[in-house]
Design a protein around this ligand. Structure first.
Ligand SMILES: C[S@@+](CC[C@H](N)C(=O)[O-])C[C@H]1O[C@@H](n2cnc3c(N)ncnc32)[C@H](O)[C@@H]1O
Length: 290
Protein backbone atom coordinates (compact mmCIF):
# COMPACT_ATOMS: atom_id res chain seq x y z
CA UNK A 1 0.00 0.00 0.00
CA UNK A 2 1.00 3.67 -0.32
CA UNK A 3 2.01 6.00 2.47
CA UNK A 4 -0.52 8.63 3.53
CA UNK A 5 2.03 11.40 2.96
CA UNK A 6 4.83 12.49 0.69
CA UNK A 7 8.15 13.46 2.23
CA UNK A 8 11.46 14.92 1.05
CA UNK A 9 13.67 11.94 0.12
CA UNK A 10 10.71 9.52 0.31
CA UNK A 11 11.50 6.10 -1.14
CA UNK A 12 8.42 5.58 -3.28
CA UNK A 13 10.50 4.91 -6.41
CA UNK A 14 12.92 2.53 -4.67
CA UNK A 15 10.57 0.68 -2.33
CA UNK A 16 10.30 -2.45 -4.46
CA UNK A 17 14.08 -2.74 -4.92
CA UNK A 18 14.53 -2.33 -1.17
CA UNK A 19 11.76 -4.70 -0.11
CA UNK A 20 13.02 -7.54 -2.30
CA UNK A 21 16.44 -7.30 -0.62
CA UNK A 22 15.16 -7.57 2.95
CA UNK A 23 16.31 -10.84 4.53
CA UNK A 24 13.69 -13.52 4.77
CA UNK A 25 14.78 -14.77 8.21
CA UNK A 26 14.29 -11.61 10.33
CA UNK A 27 10.93 -11.14 11.99
CA UNK A 28 11.79 -7.84 13.72
CA UNK A 29 11.68 -4.90 11.28
CA UNK A 30 12.96 -1.51 12.44
CA UNK A 31 12.74 1.54 10.15
CA UNK A 32 15.27 3.93 11.67
CA UNK A 33 14.80 7.10 9.56
CA UNK A 34 11.05 6.78 9.08
CA UNK A 35 9.99 9.94 7.19
CA UNK A 36 6.99 9.04 5.02
CA UNK A 37 7.52 5.32 5.73
CA UNK A 38 7.27 4.30 2.07
CA UNK A 39 9.07 0.98 2.62
CA UNK A 40 7.14 0.18 5.80
CA UNK A 41 3.80 0.68 4.06
CA UNK A 42 4.88 -1.29 0.97
CA UNK A 43 6.36 -4.40 2.60
CA UNK A 44 4.27 -7.16 4.07
CA UNK A 45 3.92 -6.85 7.85
CA UNK A 46 6.53 -8.48 10.10
CA UNK A 47 5.82 -10.01 13.51
CA UNK A 48 7.33 -6.95 15.23
CA UNK A 49 7.78 -3.52 13.63
CA UNK A 50 9.12 -0.12 14.67
CA UNK A 51 8.79 3.23 12.91
CA UNK A 52 11.24 5.86 14.19
CA UNK A 53 12.01 9.46 13.30
CA UNK A 54 13.89 12.04 15.34
CA UNK A 55 11.53 14.77 14.15
CA UNK A 56 9.03 15.08 17.05
CA UNK A 57 6.24 16.44 14.83
CA UNK A 58 6.54 13.41 12.57
CA UNK A 59 6.50 10.90 15.43
CA UNK A 60 3.47 12.70 16.91
CA UNK A 61 1.69 12.59 13.53
CA UNK A 62 2.29 8.82 13.24
CA UNK A 63 1.00 8.22 16.78
CA UNK A 64 -2.12 10.29 16.11
CA UNK A 65 -2.79 8.55 12.76
CA UNK A 66 -2.45 5.17 14.50
CA UNK A 67 -4.45 5.98 17.64
CA UNK A 68 -6.87 8.80 16.71
CA UNK A 69 -7.55 8.70 12.92
CA UNK A 70 -11.16 9.81 13.38
CA UNK A 71 -10.28 12.78 15.59
CA UNK A 72 -7.41 13.75 13.28
CA UNK A 73 -9.68 13.79 10.21
CA UNK A 74 -12.21 15.82 12.17
CA UNK A 75 -9.51 18.35 13.02
CA UNK A 76 -8.49 18.50 9.34
CA UNK A 77 -12.06 18.91 8.04
CA UNK A 78 -12.10 22.69 7.99
CA UNK A 79 -8.51 23.46 7.00
CA UNK A 80 -8.26 26.11 4.32
CA UNK A 81 -5.87 25.64 1.41
CA UNK A 82 -4.75 29.26 1.52
CA UNK A 83 -1.42 31.07 1.86
CA UNK A 84 -2.63 33.04 4.91
CA UNK A 85 -3.75 29.89 6.71
CA UNK A 86 -0.53 28.07 5.75
CA UNK A 87 1.67 30.90 7.07
CA UNK A 88 -0.32 31.04 10.30
CA UNK A 89 0.02 27.27 10.86
CA UNK A 90 3.72 27.33 10.04
CA UNK A 91 4.34 30.19 12.49
CA UNK A 92 2.31 28.57 15.27
CA UNK A 93 3.90 25.14 14.96
CA UNK A 94 7.43 26.60 14.97
CA UNK A 95 6.73 28.77 18.04
CA UNK A 96 6.85 27.65 21.65
CA UNK A 97 3.03 27.65 21.86
CA UNK A 98 1.70 24.51 23.56
CA UNK A 99 -0.54 22.72 21.04
CA UNK A 100 -2.53 19.56 21.91
CA UNK A 101 -1.18 16.45 20.12
CA UNK A 102 -4.05 15.93 17.65
CA UNK A 103 -4.16 19.60 16.67
CA UNK A 104 -0.36 19.61 16.28
CA UNK A 105 -0.60 16.49 14.07
CA UNK A 106 -3.28 18.17 11.94
CA UNK A 107 -1.17 21.32 11.59
CA UNK A 108 1.87 19.30 10.56
CA UNK A 109 -0.08 17.23 8.04
CA UNK A 110 -1.48 20.43 6.57
CA UNK A 111 2.06 21.78 6.12
CA UNK A 112 3.17 18.55 4.42
CA UNK A 113 0.17 18.51 2.07
CA UNK A 114 0.14 22.18 1.15
CA UNK A 115 3.83 23.10 0.99
CA UNK A 116 5.84 23.21 -2.22
CA UNK A 117 7.28 19.70 -2.87
CA UNK A 118 6.41 18.80 0.77
CA UNK A 119 9.33 20.96 1.88
CA UNK A 120 7.17 22.44 4.71
CA UNK A 121 8.35 26.03 4.37
CA UNK A 122 6.64 27.64 1.37
CA UNK A 123 3.01 27.48 0.25
CA UNK A 124 2.60 25.25 -2.82
CA UNK A 125 -0.47 27.05 -4.26
CA UNK A 126 -1.86 23.80 -5.72
CA UNK A 127 -5.54 22.81 -5.79
CA UNK A 128 -6.01 20.16 -3.13
CA UNK A 129 -8.92 18.77 -1.12
CA UNK A 130 -7.93 17.58 2.33
CA UNK A 131 -11.01 15.37 2.42
CA UNK A 132 -9.56 13.16 -0.31
CA UNK A 133 -6.79 12.16 2.13
CA UNK A 134 -9.14 10.81 4.80
CA UNK A 135 -9.40 7.25 3.34
CA UNK A 136 -5.57 7.16 3.18
CA UNK A 137 -5.34 8.16 6.83
CA UNK A 138 -7.78 5.41 7.82
CA UNK A 139 -5.89 2.77 5.81
CA UNK A 140 -2.61 3.90 7.39
CA UNK A 141 -4.20 3.70 10.86
CA UNK A 142 -5.09 0.03 10.23
CA UNK A 143 -1.59 -0.78 8.99
CA UNK A 144 0.05 0.98 11.96
CA UNK A 145 -2.03 -0.69 14.68
CA UNK A 146 0.78 -2.97 15.84
CA UNK A 147 3.69 -0.70 14.85
CA UNK A 148 5.72 0.84 17.68
CA UNK A 149 6.37 4.54 17.01
CA UNK A 150 9.62 5.95 18.38
CA UNK A 151 11.19 9.41 18.39
CA UNK A 152 14.85 8.68 19.06
CA UNK A 153 18.22 9.50 17.65
CA UNK A 154 19.35 6.60 15.41
CA UNK A 155 22.25 5.49 17.67
CA UNK A 156 19.99 5.00 20.71
CA UNK A 157 17.34 3.25 18.64
CA UNK A 158 19.80 0.81 17.07
CA UNK A 159 21.28 -0.08 20.48
CA UNK A 160 17.82 -0.58 21.95
CA UNK A 161 16.37 -2.85 19.25
CA UNK A 162 19.43 -4.80 18.14
CA UNK A 163 18.89 -8.61 18.22
CA UNK A 164 20.12 -11.38 15.86
CA UNK A 165 16.64 -11.50 14.24
CA UNK A 166 16.32 -7.72 13.69
CA UNK A 167 16.56 -6.12 10.25
CA UNK A 168 17.19 -2.38 10.37
CA UNK A 169 16.19 -0.48 7.24
CA UNK A 170 17.93 2.91 7.21
CA UNK A 171 17.38 5.85 4.90
CA UNK A 172 19.38 8.71 6.43
CA UNK A 173 19.63 12.26 5.08
CA UNK A 174 21.86 11.94 2.02
CA UNK A 175 25.44 13.12 1.92
CA UNK A 176 25.49 16.88 1.34
CA UNK A 177 21.73 17.24 1.82
CA UNK A 178 21.88 17.03 5.61
CA UNK A 179 20.14 20.38 6.07
CA UNK A 180 16.97 19.33 4.19
CA UNK A 181 15.40 18.15 7.43
CA UNK A 182 14.25 20.59 10.08
CA UNK A 183 14.33 19.97 13.82
CA UNK A 184 16.82 17.09 13.75
CA UNK A 185 20.26 18.71 13.39
CA UNK A 186 21.80 15.94 11.25
CA UNK A 187 25.34 16.97 10.22
CA UNK A 188 28.16 15.57 8.08
CA UNK A 189 29.73 13.93 11.16
CA UNK A 190 26.57 11.90 11.68
CA UNK A 191 27.36 9.79 8.60
CA UNK A 192 30.42 8.46 10.42
CA UNK A 193 28.48 8.13 13.69
CA UNK A 194 25.88 6.06 11.83
CA UNK A 195 28.51 3.77 10.28
CA UNK A 196 30.04 3.27 13.74
CA UNK A 197 26.64 2.46 15.25
CA UNK A 198 26.10 -0.22 12.59
CA UNK A 199 29.42 -2.03 12.21
CA UNK A 200 29.14 -4.37 15.17
CA UNK A 201 25.42 -5.01 15.46
CA UNK A 202 24.07 -8.50 16.10
CA UNK A 203 21.23 -8.05 13.61
CA UNK A 204 21.19 -7.15 9.90
CA UNK A 205 20.96 -3.82 8.17
CA UNK A 206 20.06 -2.47 4.75
CA UNK A 207 20.97 1.14 4.09
CA UNK A 208 20.02 3.38 1.14
CA UNK A 209 22.24 6.34 0.22
CA UNK A 210 23.10 8.67 -2.61
CA UNK A 211 25.99 7.29 -4.67
CA UNK A 212 29.06 9.40 -3.92
CA UNK A 213 32.76 8.66 -3.26
CA UNK A 214 32.54 9.64 0.43
CA UNK A 215 29.85 7.06 1.23
CA UNK A 216 31.46 4.36 -0.94
CA UNK A 217 34.67 4.87 1.00
CA UNK A 218 32.99 4.98 4.40
CA UNK A 219 31.45 1.53 3.89
CA UNK A 220 34.16 -0.25 1.88
CA UNK A 221 35.13 -2.50 4.77
CA UNK A 222 34.97 -6.14 5.84
CA UNK A 223 31.51 -7.60 6.41
CA UNK A 224 29.80 -5.23 3.97
CA UNK A 225 28.17 -5.50 0.53
CA UNK A 226 27.54 -2.39 -1.60
CA UNK A 227 25.33 -2.42 -4.65
CA UNK A 228 24.68 0.47 -7.01
CA UNK A 229 21.26 1.10 -8.45
CA UNK A 230 19.22 3.95 -9.90
CA UNK A 231 15.75 5.35 -9.39
CA UNK A 232 13.66 7.89 -11.22
CA UNK A 233 14.34 11.32 -9.79
CA UNK A 234 10.96 12.67 -8.57
CA UNK A 235 11.87 16.34 -8.71
CA UNK A 236 13.77 16.16 -12.02
CA UNK A 237 10.70 14.60 -13.69
CA UNK A 238 9.24 18.10 -13.90
CA UNK A 239 11.89 19.29 -16.36
CA UNK A 240 13.76 16.13 -17.44
CA UNK A 241 11.43 13.14 -17.83
CA UNK A 242 13.11 9.77 -17.25
CA UNK A 243 16.14 11.20 -15.40
CA UNK A 244 17.69 8.56 -13.16
CA UNK A 245 19.31 9.20 -9.82
CA UNK A 246 22.21 6.92 -8.71
CA UNK A 247 21.79 5.25 -5.30
CA UNK A 248 23.72 2.81 -3.15
CA UNK A 249 22.24 -0.11 -1.25
CA UNK A 250 24.58 -1.14 1.55
CA UNK A 251 24.11 -4.21 3.74
CA UNK A 252 25.92 -6.44 6.21
CA UNK A 253 24.51 -9.58 4.53
CA UNK A 254 24.37 -10.89 1.00
CA UNK A 255 21.13 -9.58 -0.48
CA UNK A 256 21.38 -12.16 -3.30
CA UNK A 257 21.62 -15.09 -0.93
CA UNK A 258 19.27 -13.92 1.78
CA UNK A 259 16.87 -11.49 0.11
CA UNK A 260 13.15 -12.19 0.02
CA UNK A 261 13.29 -12.14 -3.78
CA UNK A 262 15.84 -14.98 -4.02
CA UNK A 263 13.67 -17.01 -1.67
CA UNK A 264 10.59 -16.39 -3.83
CA UNK A 265 12.50 -17.39 -6.95
CA UNK A 266 13.38 -20.79 -5.58
CA UNK A 267 9.94 -21.30 -4.08
CA UNK A 268 7.73 -20.31 -6.98
CA UNK A 269 10.00 -20.19 -10.02
CA UNK A 270 8.95 -16.61 -10.60
CA UNK A 271 11.55 -16.01 -13.28
CA UNK A 272 11.15 -13.37 -16.03
CA UNK A 273 10.99 -9.97 -14.37
CA UNK A 274 12.53 -11.04 -11.06
CA UNK A 275 15.37 -12.90 -12.69
CA UNK A 276 16.09 -9.88 -14.87
CA UNK A 277 16.37 -7.71 -11.75
CA UNK A 278 18.74 -10.20 -10.13
CA UNK A 279 20.96 -10.33 -13.22
CA UNK A 280 21.12 -6.55 -13.52
CA UNK A 281 22.41 -6.02 -10.00
CA UNK A 282 25.72 -4.20 -9.85
CA UNK A 283 27.87 -5.12 -6.86
CA UNK A 284 30.62 -2.59 -6.33
CA UNK A 285 31.99 -3.95 -3.04
CA UNK A 286 31.58 -7.28 -1.33
CA UNK A 287 33.56 -8.53 1.61
CA UNK A 288 31.22 -10.94 3.33
CA UNK A 289 32.28 -14.34 4.57
CA UNK A 290 29.87 -16.98 3.22
C1 LIG B 1 15.50 10.51 3.69
S1 LIG B 1 14.37 10.83 4.98
C2 LIG B 1 13.56 9.27 5.15
C3 LIG B 1 12.55 9.06 4.07
C4 LIG B 1 11.72 7.78 4.21
N1 LIG B 1 12.51 6.61 3.96
C5 LIG B 1 10.53 7.81 3.27
O1 LIG B 1 10.32 6.87 2.47
O2 LIG B 1 9.77 8.79 3.33
C6 LIG B 1 15.40 10.93 6.39
C7 LIG B 1 14.67 11.09 7.72
O3 LIG B 1 15.63 10.98 8.77
C8 LIG B 1 15.18 11.72 9.88
N2 LIG B 1 16.34 11.95 10.79
C9 LIG B 1 17.31 12.89 10.67
N3 LIG B 1 18.21 12.79 11.67
C10 LIG B 1 17.82 11.72 12.42
C11 LIG B 1 18.38 11.08 13.57
N4 LIG B 1 19.48 11.56 14.18
N5 LIG B 1 17.78 9.96 14.05
C12 LIG B 1 16.62 9.50 13.47
N6 LIG B 1 16.03 10.09 12.39
C13 LIG B 1 16.63 11.18 11.86
C14 LIG B 1 14.62 12.99 9.24
O4 LIG B 1 13.71 13.65 10.09
C15 LIG B 1 13.98 12.42 7.94
O5 LIG B 1 12.60 12.24 8.11
Amino acid sequence: MNSFMSWVGGKKALREAITMRLPSDCDRYVEVFGGGGWVLFYKSPSKFEVYNDFNPNLANLYRCVRDYPEELCKELTYTLNSRTDFDHVRKTISSKTVIPDIKRAAYFYQLIRESYASGLDSFGAQPHSMWRNFPLIHQAAKRLQTVVVENKDFAKLIAQYDRPNTIFYLDPPYYETEDYYEDVGFTEKDHVRLRDALVNIKGKFLLSYNDCPEIRELYSMPGIMIESTTRLSNIAQRYDAGKQYPELLISNYDTYEEGVLTRQLTLFDEYDENEKILKERKIIWKSIAN
